[in-house]
Ligand binder design. Structure first.
Ligand SMILES: [Zn+2]
Length: 122
């Protein structure tokens, strides 16, 4: 095995581990939030540091679960207001008031796909 191959393999491994750490940190943040919201925010901060350092993308699952501005954990109905508007999910952070908009094209596409599957089925 070439040295380059080994290096790439090492990097992949590091990124995988970083991804796992992010998963653990966000899971912990969600769990601790009702008792110690400040600690939850701290976990989010650490998760973001891990993500930056490993230069990986934030997993889709957690991507919209923190405020891009103040980095608080966003819990719908508690620290965030979530509304649907014009094909977007509008999330407003109730801590700092920052608003984030994300299109939900993917979900629409999936629904469309499901519908066509149903048609051929029946
Ligand atoms: Zn915020």
């Amino acid at each position: 095995m070439s040295r380059r191959f080994m290096r790439q393999k090492g990097q992949r491994e590091r990124k995988r581990i970083a991804g796992e750490r992010i998963e653990v940190l966000f899971t912990l943040a969600e769990r601790i939030f009702p008792y110690e919201p400040e600690l939850a925010d701290r976990y989010v901060e650490i998760a973001l540091a891990v993500q930056r350092k490993a230069k990986i993308r934030m997993p889709r699952k957690w991507k919209h679960r923190y405020c891009k501005k103040c980095r608080s954990l966003l819990v719908p109905g508690v620290t965030a207001r979530v509304r649907l508007r014009d094909g977007h999910v509008v999330t407003r952070c109730l801590i700092c008031g920052h608003t984030m908009r994300h299109p939900y094209i993917r979900e629409q596409k999936e629904r469309r796909k499901k519908r066509t599957v149903k048609k051929t089925y029946f």
